[in-house]
Structures are given as C-alpha cells and as structure tokens.
Design a binder for this molecule. Structure first.
Ligand code: MTE
Length: 315
C-alpha cells in the first residue's frame, strides 16, 4: 500500500490541473492586460482574466447548420460592417466605423437582474466562455428597408435567462445599452433623445431559441460599430430591436419604454415584427435593398422565420 498516493483535500485531481502551456499563455495574457507583477492580483481577478484569455480562442466558432439555411448567402463582410446604425456615434451610417476609436469595450460587466431568483453580473467575455458560442447565419432586416445575411457568433439568450431563474411575474425583458457621452461623439448632437438606448421583448420572445446574444460576427469578435462586446439579435424583428453594447438585461413585469417607441410610437411600435404587408408611415416595407449587392428583393413575413416563430403571434 505504500505507493498509493493519498491526496489532501486541497489538491486538485490531475485532470483539473492546467497544462503548462495554457498556464504560460494565461500569464502572457495577464501581462498584456497589465495585470501581472506586484502580487496585487486576486484569485478571482486572475480567474476572470484567464476566462477572457480563453474567450480569445472562441472565434471562428463552429456553424450550427440547423440555424443556418444552406440557401442563404452571407453578405460581404466589409459592406455589412461599415454601414451601421449606431446613433450614439453618428447618424451617418458610413461614418460610424470612423468614430468608435475612443469606445472602451473591456472590461465589460453585464448585469442580469430584476424579477429573478439568481441575479448576477459577469463580463461579456466570461458569458461567451461560460455558455459557449456557435455561428448562425441569419437574415437581418432594418426598418429602413435595407437588409443583409449575417454570420453571427453567440449563444441563446434563453441560456442566460434560465441561469437567473425568472420569477413568474417576469413578463418582459428590458435591454439597456451603454451610454458614455465622453466616448460616444454622436450623442451631443442628439441631446433630446431619451438615452440610454433601451429595447425590450416579451419573455416568450426572449426565450425563443432564435434570439441570440451575439459576441462575434464573420468569425471574429464583434467590431465596435456592430455592438461590441455583446448585443442581442432578434432576426424576425426590425433591426432596431437588436440593441448593441448591452450593459443590463432586466426581467420586468410591465412592457418597458423603448427609445424608439418613446420618440415615435406610430413608426416604431414595441412589437416591430418584420411585415411586408404593413407599410411604415413614410415608406413601403414590401421589399428591401441588399446592403452589399444593392439588389432589391421581396421582404418575407417575419423576415422568413414564420415557421419558427409564427406560433408566438397566434391570436
Ligand atoms: N443599438 C444602439 N445602442 N444604438 C443604435 O443606434 N441601432 C439599431 C440596432 N441597435 C442602434 C442599436 C438599428 S436601427 C439597427 S438597424 C441595428 O442596430 C444595426 O445594426 P448593425 O449596425 O450591426 O447593422
């Protein structure tokens, strides 16, 4: 019996011991992040930074073909990532990409709270690492009648909501996005807007497997102009429901006031499902212009996701 090794309680099994190479990579990452040295690093911070380091290896993620129809051809990356609606930076879609330099996207705590049993706050990178990410090719339709086919990387919002355990009185999910006037040059020109940009979904919509928390696009981490480090994507609704750079996800009992609904309820109502039969008060929604080719194509009811989500809207 003398060669049986009895492990003290505090000793980790071999399977839990980090391989030396991964450990060295983490140390290098911590140095790069400016954390190393000085012995000031707490275990929790170190662990968080290590998770973030691991998140670096998340892209490109494996494509989930069940959510990526084979007949959808993705729009050209440059065309989609340089034509943005992100009013906190600019109302000129082609200028947003040049105004995001000062926007700091790490660390990025996201609060998941409200009417739930287990609220928590975690960094966007930690969430991606914890839930694991996959690629999905979705149609994306803006209310302004342009569209794209986008390979998002992310995880289902439903996983996050299940973790916090919503209370029965939680009927809606409210999304609040970052508001930092010193880093966002567009907001000074839009002082009268009811910032921060806020959006919302019914809880059944938020729990639908198509509703994605995106942390990447085109096989890379999200660029700032597309909502880094984390945004929601709701592919059967007009694009303004897909809030960028989220800082808070709150379970609430009442339908939340959204920025666009507050500004113009007839034009931007809360539900905002893509519907070619219902024109916007100022233009038709029957067709859409593809952002990369410029071709005009027919708009589909629920943006082509009627089979998946139609039952949510049966009267
Ligand atoms: N989120 C914030 N915080 N600010 C915005 O201006 N614009 C919305 C949505 N999310 C917006 C936002 C609109 S109108 C659209 S169409 C999409 O983001 C555009 O996303 P994209 O730039 O990645 O195409």
């Amino acid at each position: 019996m003398s060669n049986v090794i009895i492990r003290p309680d505090w000793q980790l099994p071999d399977s839990r011991i980090t391989p030396e190479r991964a450990y060295r990579d983490r140390r290098r990452f911590l140095r790069e992040m400016g954390f190393a040295g000085g012995g000031l690093l707490t275990a929790t911070l170190a662990e968080r930074a290590a998770l973030a380091a691991e998140a670096k290896g998340l892209y490109p993620a494996k494509r989930n073909i069940a959510y990526s129809p084979a007949d959808l051809q993705t729009s050209k990356e440059r065309a989609f990532t340089t034509y943005n609606n992100y009013y906190e930076f600019s109302t000129d879609k082609e200028a947003v990409v040049d105004r995001v330099d000062k926007f700091v996207i790490a660390p990025w705590p996201v609060k998941i709270h409200g009417l739930c049993e287990k609220p928590f706050t975690a960094d966007a990178q930690e969430l991606a690492a914890e839930f694991g990410v996959e690629e999905r090719v979705y149609r994306f339709r803006c209310v302004e009648a342009w569209s794209a086919v986008v390979p998002w990387t992310g995880f289902e919002l439903r996983k996050l909501l299940e973790k916090v355990q919503p209370k029965p009185e939680a009927k809606f999910v409210k999304f609040v996005t970052a508001f930092r006037p010193e880093q966002m040059p567009g907001v000074t020109r839009l002082r009268g807007y009811p910032w921060p940009y806020t959006e919302g979904l019914r809880i059944e919509e938020a729990m639908h497997p198509l509703t994605l928390m995106a942390t990447g696009v085109y096989g890379k981490a999200l660029p700032k102009q597309n909502g880094a480090p984390i945004r929601v994507v709701v592919p059967w609704k007009y694009g303004y429901k897909s809030g960028k750079s989220l800082v808070s996800i709150e379970l609430v009992a009442e339908q939340p006031k959204t920025l666009w609904e507050t500004l113009s309820p007839e034009e931007y109502p809360f539900e905002s499902n893509v519907n070619p039969a219902v024109p916007h008060p100022r233009w038709s929604q029957a067709s859409e212009r593809q952002v990369d080719t410029g071709d005009r194509i027919r708009t589909l009811p629920l943006n082509g996701y009627a089979v998946q989500v139609g039952s949510l809207y049966k009267k």
